[in-house]
Every structure is written in structure tokens, then in C-alpha cells.
Design a binder for this molecule. Sequence first.
Ligand code: PMP
Length: 396
Amino acid sequence: MFEQIERVPGDAILGLIEAFKKDTNPQKVDLGVGVYRDSQGNTPIMRAVKEAEARLLKNETTKTYIGSHGAPAYGNVVLPMVLGENSPVLDAGRASATQSPGGTGALRLAADFIATQLPGKDIWVSDPTWPNHLGIFPAAGIKLHKYPYVDADNRLDFDGMLSALKQIPEGDVVLLHACCHNPTGFDLSQDQWKQVLEVVRERNLLPLVDFAYQGFGEGLDEDAYGVRLLAESLDEMIITSSCSKNFGIYCERTGCLIMVAKDNEQMENVRSQIAIVARENYSNPPAHGGSIVSEILSSDDLIPVWRDELTEMRDRINTLRRDFVEALKPYGLDQKYACIAEQRGMFSYTGLTPEQVDRLRDEFGIYMVRSGRANVAGFSHENLPYLAKAFAAVNS
Ligand code: PMP
């Protein structure tokens, strides 16, 4: 039977990693991968995570199943992190948390819930968006459409986005990135979030907000502005949160599906359906990552350690963004690439063409995906002058 199975090409990013490893250029730079890097190019375990793990190892007494919704302690710390400490949504008992295998798992739960409980609804995603969005929803049987997000001059196309949202059939699902838009780095301002809210209201859309980078843009609360605005203003929304980046626990698969309903009664109804969706996918989520997060967020001594380290990561990225644009000044390219300093999060749509990306790889050993998306965490103060020189060369 298997003789008829066709092999498909591997993930482009994996191919890039292989090519980078083989490159013998001593100045090579990897701007492809999707994880945070420190100034040494490492993705270290955060200090608070190490300490939390030590405590867990000492104190844990069982490895039994944690249930389809995951550990209640995890939901109890993630909900206020996402919705705010004094959230009226939480006070009203309108939000439900389900621990999931990463933000990806939460997206798949959301997709299955929409497909089974809200049949006939299509989903609208930004163009471009994180490529996995393009796979997850159709895999669950949901029709996917795109709304514009970036214009031909590599700027946020907010007007285009808003007018497209106004055309979405009433009741459809619209996927929004809470902050640190992947792959572009272009985020909505507070005023723009308010305008999106108005359209969502007018068209009676169901917002699904993907929140994979809380704390990587401007701050834990600042990055949650759009999420909290929608949750507090609307009866219903879906949030998919991830702790992969902000706790640096990528491999522990730690995410959360948050369902916001009109009232506590409807939330419990929705929650009961989510348990079924989770059970049918993987039964129970893995426990360890969630235990780390709840250990940190419920320990007065670990919270500041974690917050400081998250701030360090965020500041490093934002400083490198500014310093890179500075380094382009002598080449007269600072205006052209000014957007890199304005974008937020780990990724930048640089505006480089696929041909320029190829030249950067072939002539300078600088690796990024052909869309021109760079992982800014791959910048360092050591390689900025080299990167600037290479950008200048492929612009001449
Ligand atoms: N959404 C977006 C936009 C992402 O970039 C990512 C991670 N690359 C995720 C969701 C999922 O993250 P994870 O499953 O690793 O928690």
C-alpha cells in the first residue's frame, strides 16, 4: 500500500539549518530558526525555570494523568497572566483555560472546536501569517481565507486589513496575532486594535487571537492590550497562548486554550466540549512544562527572577533592532530599513527580495528564509557591522 505514497519536501527551515551547519564561512550568521538566542548564539534554560525544576523534582509525588483540561494550578496562573490580574472577565467567570501541548496544540483544539461545534464558519488569517496556521485549520476541515497585512513597500497595510475585515461574511472567525506578528514583526497600535474591535462587533466575527510571544514585544501587560480589549468588550473570543518563548520551554510543549464566553453558564458548556476535543486528540496534555510555569508564577521569589530575564531578552532584541538600523546609516540604508527598529518580537520582515536573500547566503553565509524574514535574535553586537555590510552589498 505504501508504494503509492509520495515523498514531500522537508520543512524549508530544516533545510536551512542543515545548509548553515555545513557552511564553513567563519562569519556565517543564522537568522532562520524560530527560537530566541542570547549574545553567544545559545538558547539557554532560564534561571527561574532551572530552579522551578529543581523544586519540582524534589517535591513531586506522582506522574498520574492530569486530566483533559490539564492542571488547574496552571490555568489559575495563565488566566491572570493573559487577561490581567484584575480582569472583569475573570471576575465574571467567563474564561476557561485548557492546558495544551504548546500554542500549536491550543490552535488545533480551537480548530477542532470550531469545526465540530460551529460548523460552516470559515477562518480568515493575515497574509502573511505563521505557516502552520495555513495547515492547522484546513486539516480540521475549516476553509481558510486571507486578509492583507503588508503592502508592497513592506509596511503594515492597516487600511487594506480593515477594509478586508469589513467584507468578511458575518459570523466567520478572524485570526489575529496579539503581538510580535510572525513573520512580519508589524503590530497593531492601541488605536488600531480599537478599530479592529469595531469591525469585529459590526460583522459579529469570532476573534481567535494567537498569543505566542507575550512579553517579547513591549512587556507582559503591554503586549496583552488587544487581547484584553477584545475579551472585555466582546461576549465571545478564543485565545491561544504559548509559554514556549516567554519561559524558554519550547520542548516542554506548554500552551493554553482560553475560551471566553458570555457568562459562566455558557463558558462551562463550551469548556465541556473542549474536554472532548482534547481527549480525542491526545487525551491529556504533558504535565512538566505547565508545572514549571505554575511553580514560577506561584513563587514570590521566582516571579521577579523570571520577569527580569524576560525583560533582558526583550530589551536585547529591541536594542539590536535599533542598533542594526544605526549600523546601516553609513550606507544610506537606515531609512529604507527603519521598519526593522519599529517592528516587535523575534521576527522581522526585512523587505529583502528572495534574490537578495540568496545572495546573502551564497556570498556572506547569512541564512534566512526566502520571504526575507529574519530572526532578530540571531543579530549580535559582534555581527551587526558584518550584517550591515552584507545588506549594503545586496542593495547595490
Ligand atoms: N503561533 C505563532 C504565531 C508562533 O510563531 C508559534 C511558534 N513558532 C506558535 C503559535 C506555537 O508555538 P508553540 O507550539 O511552540 O508553543
